[in-house]
Design a protein around this ligand. Structure first.
Ligand code: PLP
Length: 421
């Protein structure tokens, strides 16, 4: 249930016809549903019911201020991976005590920023990072809460580019060295070691890798406690996948994920954090685009859209699949067409789908990419000098532009020509 449904022959976003939004803001644009974002956050929150927990939204999935403000107001914490994200979370009104700082390359400036503004914990990923954070915190005369991210060497069985928990991945410290590194951390000034962090990948559609990783974290908890460390908090990361191809995918639900957490770690009595991103925002958003041309090639037809790889890079970057549906509901029994669906960018990689079977379309028709709310707008660029497209948030029968399309002058005037020219 995602609140983008056909009603009276056309696609609605909650109670607003998508066509109306398109008429108002112009295609292409992203459109998010308040009801879906709310529902997905609550599903995770409820999945951990009965355990002391905080759901920290991994805001890299979609960091629009309106989205952060909505989730923050529901009680979400935030998982940030840069100083920019930290500032966005604070600007959206999320208090420092609900912000966790992840990422392999935190700089001294980012550490200072978060310590000054307040932080729930740093998730440390390496020994040099640990040493720097210790020095920064000591110089500021404070002790900061930290967990250490362990790499459990578990195969998340997901796409190569978003797998993060195997030996060869750049993330975390090897779990085999955890005892030694926790001992080092405990001896460093300015750090208060409070727990363990793990995150093994994204778009995971099988619970077994989660279970294996959580089990290793539970074992490590006992080992570290026996060494005298106080392990009071477990950050179990994000990564639960969503159905991109509705007709043949049914990944596990948050409640089932919660059950695995309960089975593997609840006996330890730790406070639990999770960091879902994609599952909260992914199916809460669509990308709406207009057909510019239907072009007949040698052996196929191309649907040329006004959205391109710079607006939604997932198909080009990961070979990702998105359902692409007409905004006007196809007539039952109408003969479908087969298209290669492409954007206008001058790269063959600018292809959203090959040989996709869908309703016959014509120039000027609107289509919607489903499951585009996560890792969509945030990964966009202005390649080919295509200005960033607007983002719209729907709430019941209302909608608002939550990021306006820049003018061409705004885009061009960000550059400056040196005075010597
Ligand atoms: C990306 C990321 C997440 C979120 O992953 P999703 O697949 O979007 O749920 C959580 N934690 C960390 C550390 C991440 O890097």
């Amino acid at each position: 249930m995602d609140h983008f449904l056909y009603r009276d022959g056309e696609l609605y976003a909650e109670d607003v016809p998508v066509r109306e939004i398109a008429a108002s803001v112009g295609a292409p644009f992203y459109c998010y549903s308040t009801a879906t974002l709310t529902r997905h956050f609550r599903l995770f929150d409820e999945a951990l019911d009965g355990m002391d927990h905080l759901v920290c939204y991994a805001m890299k999935a979609n960091s629009n201020q309106a989205v952060l403000s909505l989730l923050g107001s529901l009680g979400a914490g935030m998982d940030v991976v840069s100083g920019g994200e930290y500032r966005r979370a604070k600007a959206a009104g999320v208090p420092g005590e609900r912000i966790v700082f992840s990422g392999v390359g935190k700089t001294e400036g980012e550490m200072r920023l978060a310590i000054e503004g307040g932080i729930r914990q740093f998730n440390i990923e390496s020994e040099p990072e640990m040493a720097l954070l210790s020095a920064v915190a000591s110089s500021m005369g404070v002790e900061v809460p930290v967990t250490i991210r362990v790499n459990p060497d578990v195969d998340a069985k997901t796409h190569e580019k978003i797998s993060t928990g195997r030996k060869g991945d750049k993330f975390g410290i090897p779990i085999s060295r955890a005892k030694e590194i926790y001992a080092q951390a405990a001896a460093l000034p300015g750090l208060k070691v409070i727990g363990i962090d793990v995150h093994i990948g994204s778009q995971m559609t099988d619970l077994e890798p989660f279970r294996l990783a959580f089990r290793k974290v539970a074992e490590l908890t006992e080992v570290l406690r026996a060494e005298g460390h106080e392990i009071a908090r477990l950050d179990l990361g994000g990564g639960l996948g969503i159905p991109y191809e509705r007709s043949n995918e049914a990944p596990p639900l948050p409640v089932e994920f919660g059950q695995v957490v309960r089975e593997e770690v609840s006996h330890l009595g730790c406070e639990i954090e999770i960091e879902p991103g994609r599952l909260i925002a992914g199916n809460a958003g669509i990308l709406v685009s207009e057909v510019i041309y239907v072009k007949s090639g040698e052996d196929r037809e191309f649907l040329i859209l006004d959205a391109a790889m710079n607006d939604l890079i997932r198909p080009a970057m990961y070979g990702a699949y998105h359902d692409i549906i007409p905004v006007v509901e196809p007539e039952a029994g109408a003969e479908p067409a087969v298209y290669d669906i492409v954007g206008p960018v001058c790269e063959s990689g600018d292809t959203f789908a090959k040989q996709r079977v869908m309703a016959r379309m014509g120039a000027g028709d609107l289509v919607a990419f489903r499951s585009a709310g996560a890792y969509g707008a945030v990964m966009a660029s202005e390649y080919n000098s295509r200005p960033m497209i607007p983002e719209v948030l729907v709430h019941g029968d209302q909608f608002a532009v939550i990021r306006a399309r820049p003018t061409f002058d705004e885009m061009i005037n960000r550059d400056t020509i040196p005075s010597w020219m």
